[in-house]
Design a protein around this ligand. Structure first.
Ligand code: URA
Length: 227
């Protein structure tokens, strides 16, 4: 490994570790110390991930779906893992679920590209869209945390049970997690249903609850921005 690559890897590792610390203990702002801007931090992180061999998903993926949107967004949406469309295009939430997500965000006045950054717990597609496995989450999550450390959003919208449970370190079902605001250091996390779940379950009640969650996210976003 060239000295420059090694230095980069160490910087990235240090960022992740600092972010972990910050989530539980200390100042979130520490994670930006190494890079002057969120844009630069994310670009370096994405470059550093190219060719990532850290878990078995690397064998079946077409692309690493790093994340997309505004690096200075104050709202970050986190899903589970890329699907077939995302794997092919290298961008999160570009399939049917993504189209619904875009509409859900727009319904409360968020423009996806301008106001949000979108990512996933995993950056590579699990085969046949199976659920992520613990070793895959363990390998990939530090990179998501480093991304969050670079962006430092005010609100995280966790899309679906898997994202919410992973980020909150809980096994509580999504039906119990949604509708609530979870303080997470200087941010808040708001769980809601995954748009793919809403597409599979078109009942009015889930839709109504998702709408409530989106309004809650908007309210928290406005509240935290006005402080
Ligand atoms: N589902 C997810 O959880 N993430 C995507 O990027 C697409 C579909």
């Amino acid at each position: 490994m060239a000295a420059e690559e090694l230095a980069e890897a160490l910087r990235s590792l240090a960022e992740s570790l600092r972010f972990y610390q910050a989530m539980g203990l200390k100042d979130l702002a520490l994670t930006r110390d190494y890079f002057p801007t969120p844009e630069e931090a994310l670009t370096r992180q994405e470059q550093g991930l190219q060719g990532c061999p850290r878990c078995k998903l690397s064998q079946g993926r077409t692309t690493i779906v790093f994340g997309s949107g505004n690096p200075r967004a104050e709202l970050v949406c986190i899903g589970e893992a890329p699907g077939a469309d995302e794997d092919a295009q290298g961008k999160p939430f570009v399939g049917r679920a993504g189209q619904l997500l875009t509409k859900m965000l727009e319904a409360v006045g968020f423009d996806r590209e301008r106001d949000c950054y979108i990512g996933n717990i995993l950056k590579c597609r699990p085969p046949a869209n199976r659920s992520p496995e613990p070793d895959e989450v363990a390998a990939c999550e530090p990179f998501l945390l480093a991304q969050l450390g670079a962006i430092q959003p005010k609100v995280i919208l966790a899309l679906g049970a898997f994202a919410a449970q992973t980020l909150l370190r809980t096994k509580e079902p999504i039906g119990k997690l949604r509708g609530r605001v979870f303080p997470l250091h200087s941010m808040v996390l708001i769980p809601t249903f995954h748009p793919a779940f809403l597409l599979r379950n078109p009942g009015q009640e889930f839709k109504r609850q998702a709408w409530e969650d989106l309004k809650l996210a908007r309210q928290e976003y406005d509240r935290l921005r006005s402080r």
